[in-house]
Design a protein around this ligand. Sequence first.
Ligand SMILES: [Zn+2]
Length: 453
Amino acid sequence: MVACRAACRSEINRGSILLNKASLEAARKFGRTLERTQYFPEERMLAYQRRLLEPLLRHARAEVPFYGNRFKVLFDRNDDIRWAAWPDIPTFTRKEAQQAGEQMFARNLPVEAGAVEFGETSGSTGRPLKFQTNSLMRLMKGAVGEQILNWHKVDKTKSAAFIMDHKGNHPLPGGSKGHLWNMEKPDSSVFQLSLGYTVEQQVQWLSQTNAKVLISYPSNAAAILKYVKDNDLAAPFDTVVCNGECLTEDVRQFLTKDGDIKVVDRFGASEIGPISAACPENHTIHHQFSEIGLVENLEPESDVALTSGSGRMVITPFYNYAMPLIRYENEDYIETSDKLCGCGRTLPIINKIVGRRRNLFKFANGKVRWPNFDVTEFMPFLPAHQFQFIQKTITHIDVLYVHDGSSREPDAEKMKTYMQGKLNEKFDISIIKKTSIPKLRSEKFEDCISLVE
Ligand SMILES: [Zn+2]
């Protein structure tokens, strides 16, 4: 069981579930390409990626003011690309993208990129990011989304329920109804409900829709399942397609415990598109979608590239021409592997989506640590039914908890020893009793947050 539930896969492609009819044929065609590319040898994939990167780089250089001279190192005297210089292109963060504002947007788009689409992240990491994408990217997202359903053999004849909307566009009593949640069976219904309703209200709505495929935050799916179990009701879904946050091991185990619910985990962000999804044969690892983006893993406190281990994710999606993101850090941290998966796919492996920068605890001399507290290990010292760790300074961590109602009280000394042992650092702690621990604005909950910059 993993205690730290970093809400790291922030604003997964909300729109991509709902394709539009005009793009269906083109998306299906790309889907057939994906069937082959997932088995490409490394060299062939690299060549494939460079063919997609080159026109994007030339476009960004010509049309996007933000990039200015950023690619100077990349082009030689004959204006050819020197790929060896790729690591010298400066990376930039989500905060820098926010500050750059409209400088990130392309003045003109090639016709093939399609129409510009506008979006805004849900702001789970503070200020929302206004972003642009284009219809070609939506099409690619649709094709990749379909591939994920195919990998996991999701029954596309069933209706789906989509509970992801933050804006209140699909209110009770009925939510709203549409089609095209998948490409193979475009007539299958999809019902949508806005977030923010109680679990009981969601269960009632789900039973009215008779949708069996739930697309939502995994923590929301787990809350629904807990509610129906507590009330001796039947589960209102048999498949959960995860959106919007990390699927933690404890949530995965809870959802799949009885063996009658299929869980499909995926990772992405609105401005980037899909990044990876769980391997159908090895559910604990993800395969990266190398066909639509380049994922790099850099050391947390330097720009040294890692082939394996935990580091900062730097990503370059290939099909966003409206707001090209060349070596963009959205502040997610990942753990990659240089091994090949036993399933036969050659798509690179992400072992774990570790968290966001703010989930990373920081100590003296620039040392950073992932708080890997295990709830089963610290529960003997903390009688909590809800908890949160907040690092206030480089030498102090607050442990917030909601008492579990038992007669036990926290053991601060043992808790401190446990936490220091896990993080291999010295610091003080305060244990603070709360009546509740609020969720963040985006409805997500994070167990470990560092306020140290
Ligand atoms: Zn695999």
